[in-house]
Design a protein around this ligand. Structure first.
Ligand code: WQD
Length: 338
């Protein structure tokens, strides 16, 4: 069965391609390589022994999207990762985010709704919840006014899919709301490759530990949490990738009563920034150079998932601990810099 993975050379996309191939799916990747590298294709091939078909173009080019689907009429499912995802950049350049993240989604759905049947997995984010009133966060938690244009594109994206599914019962879709993906494949062939200064905590930690960065700045220790630092739900990227495969299989096997569902994908456990640092120091055997600085604008205090729905309905549960995830991130950083 042939599956399209948009953004399949990216961090989460590449790990999902590996898990799809492991399950026997034939994979076609579309990626414009704006935030990924073509050599990831060889890396995926080294892991699985199977080279995905790869087409490099920008999904904003509607005619190319149409032409692609004309050539690949046997695509049975789409997992859509391709999007811009830097929160700060989205505040500076909202139109880039609304165009890139939403027009591409519309063009894909226009092709899928023209087919007799189709299966669609959307890369959403826990950012849609903002600071939830209750923790852990369930899928019924209210979707808040987005803290950034990036977060808003995920909210609007979910609404576009929901409204499309309402009038196109041939389209079956699932939105996966990721918490904080970290780590790397056990082979250290693929992992997170931030361009420039990492915005996210874990790549900044590993780059500090390897000597690329001088010191980690911890953005605030005056939050109303046990140690004063923010709490997040850090999920191993391979666990996250596997969630995409089981979600796709649910759609293909039409196990879903509704043709649109939403699932939180996290570990169900919250960890503070200082706990992440302590865990990293334990698994790496290295002291980390960090300092406490002021809070980062837009950060919420705490977010971690109630994963009951994914556990019970998808039959999926995250397997890796924080230590496992950070150990894999460290192994990847050491290999990339070797
Ligand atoms: C985690 C914690 C920071 C960097 C973002 C997006 C979210 C998703 C994941 C795409 C926070 C602290 C961080 C640093 C720090 N992205 N931190 N020093 O902000 O929870 O989520 O990435 O889908 O949509 O919002 O992740 O890793 O940036 O921050 O102290 O140098 O680490 O304050 O508490 P975040 P993060």
């Amino acid at each position: 069965m042939k599956i399209l993975v948009t953004g399949g050379l990216g961090f989460i996309g590449s790990h999902t391609v590996v898990e799809l191939q492991n399950e026997g799916f034939e994979v076609v990747i579309i990626d414009n390589c704006s935030n990924s590298s073509p050599d990831v294709l060889e890396r995926i091939t080294r892991i699985t022994g199977k080279k995905p078909v790869f087409e490099e173009f920008d999904l904003r080019e509607k005619d190319k999207v149409q032409e692609f689907f004309n050539r690949h009429q046997d695509i049975q499912g789409v997992i859509h990762f391709a999007a811009s995802k830097a929160v700060g950049e989205s505040v500076e350049n909202p139109l880039l985010y609304y165009e890139n993240n939403l027009s591409t989604l519309v063009y894909l759905l226009q092709e899928l709704t023209a087919k007799a049947s189709s299966n669609f997995i959307f890369s959403s984010s826990c950012t849609v919840y903002g600071q939830a009133e209750e923790l852990p966060i369930t899928e019924n938690a209210p979707v808040k006014t987005a803290e950034s244009p990036y977060g808003n594109t995920k909210q609007i994206g979910e609404e576009i899919i929901r409204d499309t599914c309402k009038v196109n019962t041939s389209l079956k879709a699932i939105s996966l709301r990721y918490f904080n993906p970290i780590g790397a494949h056990i082979s250290a062939e693929i992992g997170e490759l931030p361009i420039g200064v990492p915005q996210n905590l874990v790549p900044y930690i590993t780059q500090t530990a390897i000597g690329l960065r001088e010191q980690l700045s911890v953005f605030g220790d005056d939050y109303p949490t046990q140690d004063g630092t923010c709490i997040r739900d850090y999920i191993h990227v391979v666990d996250l990738a596997k969630a995409h495969v089981v979600a796709l299989q649910r759609l293909i096997n039409s196990k879903n009563e509704s043709n649109y569902e939403v699932f939180n994908v996290g570990t169900g456990t919250g960890s503070s920034v200082l706990e992440v640092i302590q865990s990293f120091e334990k698994v790496s055997g290295q002291k980390l150079n960090y300092k406490i600085v002021d809070r980062r604008e837009g950060d919420i205090t705490a977010a971690y998932a109630d994963t009951t729905k994914a556990n019970n309905i998808l039959g999926w549960k995250a397997q890796s601990s924080l230590d496992d995830s950070l150990g894999s991130a460290w192994k990847w950083e050491q290999k990339v810099r070797s």
